[in-house]
Design a binder for this molecule. Structure first.
Ligand SMILES: Nc1nc2c(c(=O)[nH]1)N[C@H]1C(S)=C(S)[C@@H](COP(=O)(O)OP(=O)(O)OC[C@H]3O[C@@H](n4cnc5c(=O)[nH]c(N)nc54)[C@H](O)[C@@H]3O)O[C@H]1N2
Ligand SMILES: Nc1nc2c(c(=O)[nH]1)N[C@H]1C(S)=C(S)[C@@H](COP(=O)(O)OP(=O)(O)OC[C@H]3O[C@@H](n4cnc5c(=O)[nH]c(N)nc54)[C@H](O)[C@@H]3O)O[C@H]1N2
Ligand code: SF4
Ligand SMILES: [Mo]
Length: 746
């Protein structure tokens, strides 16, 4: 259904959600953006005492805002959003404003801790912990083979730390299997881009939010997930058409000019129908297609059966609305298509993302200002993980299977190429399966919280308990995963260490050490250095003395890749330029050229496949694995709840200001009709049950979800007790947003 056309007013306070708490969060966010001082943020008494400032990028989301840190005797005492940073232009969301506060918390891990025979944790020295790590992990490898130890990493540590971890684990410790929480998040986008463009390469720059005259958001709720990107949308002066495709009437949908309230997981059919109509009404760019793409005939043939009339009943969107959307996309001059987890976290996510890419390509909406098929990333360094984690891609997006690539990486690292595995790692779910079979017996978890965030949680927890040895390296010793650990390594967090992050628009930004980590906590970088020494491979890492030295190694490995960054002088230049987007090659920098602040890819229509052409990729539809039925009649979606909650809440629940901005207890959104049928009123307790588990939550009765649907934020520990373990076959990304549940009065 197309909502009545409203003029785009660009005002977040229009989000008149019926739920009081959500409304509170939306309003408060805006209020905080405009009047931070009134809420105890910003220029606090401590900030006024500062004697210097420095700028660092934020450590939560992939927007990558610049935060100005107010220092006294080299310690940060306050912060304000950086006005001259090209990303956020002086704005920050509440999480950014509160970034320092969450560092001071009682449950920070301050000492290494081991599990004792009575099941409790006891602090030990670093020497003891590092010896234990080495003897236990080496022992497991001796007994069960080198591949019996694996690691799970993250998109939330610095590039240099990821690079160190990947190199240490794979080349130093002989571990083949390691993946990251970016599998839960970005694997689909990475796979889709790689197949379509020949390289994992989000083409956009944030200026595109301001230059488009039509923006399509598919499965993305930036008002909550990326509020500062949404602020950039609000700066657009081209009277943009804003089309939101989401099964829920989200904050973003309410602020849009059109909302296609699609039936969950029918995006692929809808996008094919839009493509069908674009071709039928000759709204395609033939010249661009002929010159720069491959596969148009097959695409036209494939979508011919997806007429708007045929697709309308599958999607719940009328044929007229589908045609109107296609024509809008076809007629506007600068169309950008943006997607996030509503697409990536789906059992047919890769093909859905590629259907979006197809639309941008056949309409020639790529490489120009305001255009692009643009995946918005999630975590502060998801993009860094995609390039530098050495998990499924070899260091710098090379290929483990390619001997020339192994040789090149070995040379830039100064190691023997024989140390590099010749196969990529198992993906996250493959590692979990390996634990189930008993093939994996030692696991090292760094900066992620799988006992809360992995799909089908009770099973995930059982698997963690099956391990012979589980090491958890985290800022806090109280996370759900740390509770299962045999050894906890205390890590410094954002603000307590240095390095770089890469944001959604490929921009390297610098993070800085502006606080001392509590107790004996160490930066992940230094934990890796110490482990290299205890493992007996410190010679291999002689050059890896500090993050900037590693950055130079990464630069060498990036040479001649699409992500080439050999032209960057170092951290100081990144800082001075307000971040630097890749690529920035030595040739670009010749003659002392400085990088422009807003650069997009593919202006010349050349893609990264050998023939320079992008691929148009299509596939058949997949049925929903667990569709609602008589026993479990409601389709449950999960996702982000509020601006002020971050993931498993280990950080955001440490701030009293943030805690005031969101519902502290688990809630589930259900439609008034469904609520009436089970005699539930807003605020009542309900039990939600799936075939895998059940939970109690407060009912939030709201028309923003349709009858037969429910939505629960992922931030509550219980949410993943309900979710069904199923994956996109190409990216192995979990499909978190579709499982069948039954909701009853508690
Ligand atoms: N405040 C806050 N911000 C965050 C995060 C956080 O935890 N808190 N996390 C960060 C991270 S890591 C990520 S990955 C991003 C995620 O950012 P988003 O992807 O924007 O967030 P989600 O709420 O997970 O999912 C987006 C939307 O997908 C919709 N959806 C569900 N099923 C379907 C479907 O079948 N089709 C379509 N079209 N849409 C569907 C949901 O209704 C939801 O509104 O946010 C980042 N920003
Ligand atoms: N049902 C459902 N589940 C989901 C999702 C969903 O939409 N629905 N979304 C998925 C997505 S997109 C994502 S990205 C994941 C996120 O899932 P997780 O990665 O599990 O979530 P976080 O809470 O961010 O966990 C990060 C951990 O690292 C710690 N940490 C923070 N900084 C540092 C550091 O510098 N060093 C170290 N060593 N530790 C640090 C934090 O304390 C925290 O314990 O959740 C996924 N799970
Ligand atoms: S929008 Fe993202 S990067 Fe910017 S302040 Fe908020 S959490 Fe940090
Ligand atoms: Mo994510």
């Amino acid at each position: 259904m197309i909502q009545p056309r409203t003029k785009f007013r660009g005002n977040l306070t229009r989000n008149l959600l019926p739920q009081l708490l959500r409304q509170h969060d939306g309003k408060m966010t805006r209020e905080l953006l405009l009047h931070p001082g009134d809420h105890g943020l910003g220029m606090t008494h401590e900030s006024m005492q500062a004697d210097a400032t420095t700028t660092a990028v934020c450590g939560y989301c992939s927007t990558g805002c610049g935060l100005r840190l107010h220092l006294r005797d080299d310690e940060a005492v306050g912060l304000t959003p950086e006005t001259s940073y090209p990303v956020n232009l002086g704005m920050a969301c509440p999480k950014g404003w509160e970034a320092l506060r969450v560092l001071d918390s009682e449950d920070r891990a301050t000492d290494p801790m081991i599990r004792t025979s009575d099941g409790k944790f006891a602090p030990v020295s670093w020497d003891h912990a590092l010896r234990l790590f080495t003897t236990r992990m080496k022992g497991i490898q001796r007994q069960h083979g080198p591949d019996s130890v694996a690691f799970l990493s993250t998109g939330q540590i610095a590039c240099e730390e990821m690079a160190f971890l990947g190199a240490l684990a794979k080349f130093g410790m002989g571990i083949k299997h390691g993946d990251g929480n970016t599998r839960q998040c970005m694997a689909t986008a990475a796979t889709a881009y790689k197949e379509a463009f020949g390289f994992d390469s989000p083409p956009f720059t944030y200026d595109d939010f301001e230059q488009s005259d039509c923006m399509v958001f598919i499965g993305a709720n930036p008002c909550i997930g990326h509020p500062i990107m949404w602020e950039r949308v609000l700066r657009n002066h081209h009277a943009p058409e804003i089309i939101v495709i989401d099964p829920r009437c989200t904050e973003t949908a309410m602020a849009a000019t059109q909302h296609l309230q699609i039936r969950p997981k029918s995006d692929l059919a809808l996008l094919y129908a839009i493509t069908n109509h674009l071709i039928a009404c000759e709204c395609v760019d033939r010249k661009f297609i002929d010159k720069h793409t491959e596969g148009f005939e097959k695409l036209s043939e494939h979508v011919s059966r997806f007429t708007p009339d045929a697709v309308a009943p599958m999607t719940g969107i009328s044929a007229d609305a589908i045609r109107q959307t296609a024509e809008t996309i076809g007629r506007r001059k600068a169309v950008s298509l943006w997607w996030t987890m509503g697409v990536n976290q789906s059992y047919e996510g890769t093909r859905t993302a590629q259907a979006i890419i197809n639309i941008a390509l056949i309409t020639g909406n790529i490489g120009r200002p305001g255009t692009g098929a643009n995946s918005i990333t999630g975590q502060c360094n998801a993009m860094g993980s995609r390039l530098w984690s050495n998990t499924t891609n070899l260091f710098g997006h090379h290929d483990f299977k390619d001997s020339a690539d192994r040789e090149k990486v070995a040379t830039s690292l100064g190691i023997d190429a024989d140390l590099i595995p010749t196969e990529p790692s198992w993906s996250y779910d493959g590692i979990m399966d390996g634990i189930r079979r008993g093939d994996i017996r030692g696991l090292w978890v760094i900066a992620t919280n799988p006992a809360h965030s992995w799909i089908h949680q009770s099973e995930a927890r059982n698997l963690l308990d099956r391990l012979d040895f589980l090491v958890v390296q985290d800022m806090y010793h109280t996370t759900e995963t740390a509770r299962h650990a045999d050894l906890i390594l205390p890590a410094a967090g954002w603000g307590e260490k240095s390095g770089t992050f890469i944001n959604s628009e490929r921009r390297y930004g610098v993070l800085k050490k502006v606080r001392r980590a509590p107790g004996k906590a160490l930066a992940d970088f230094h934990i890796f250095r110490a482990l290299a020494a205890y493992w007996g491979v410190e010679d291999m890492f002689a050059e890896w003395t500090d993050p900037e030295a590693v950055f130079r190694i990464m630069q060498r490995a990036s040479e001649d890749q699409p992500c080439d960054m050999t032209g960057i002088d170092g951290y100081e230049q990144i800082d001075r330029c307000g971040g630097i987007q890749w690529p920035w090659t030595e040739a670009d920098a010749e003659g002392d050229f400085q990088p422009e602040q807003q650069r997009r890819l593919f202006a010349d229509g050349r893609f990264y496949h050998h023939d320079g052409r992008a691929r148009l990729i299509v596939d058949d539809l997949t049925p929903m694995p667990e569709a609602p039925d008589e026993d479990f009649p409601t389709l449950l979606m999960t996702g982000r709840g509020t601006v002020s909650q971050w993931h498993t809440q280990t950080r955001t629940n440490k701030s009293p200001v943030l805690r005031k901005l969101y519902p502290n207890e688990a809630y589930i959104e259900i439609n008034p009709e469904d609520a009436a049928a089970i005699a539930v009123e807003n605020g009542d307790q309900v039990r939600a049950q799936s075939r895998r588990g059940s939970l109690l939550a407060t009912a939030m009765v709201t028309p923003t979800v349709k009858p037969g649907h429910a939505f629960m934020p992922m931030h509550y520990e219980a949410t993943n007790q309900l979710t069904l373990s199923h994956f996109d076959p190409h990216s192995r990304q979990p499909s978190y947003k579709d499982c069948a549940v039954r909701i009853e009065r508690a």
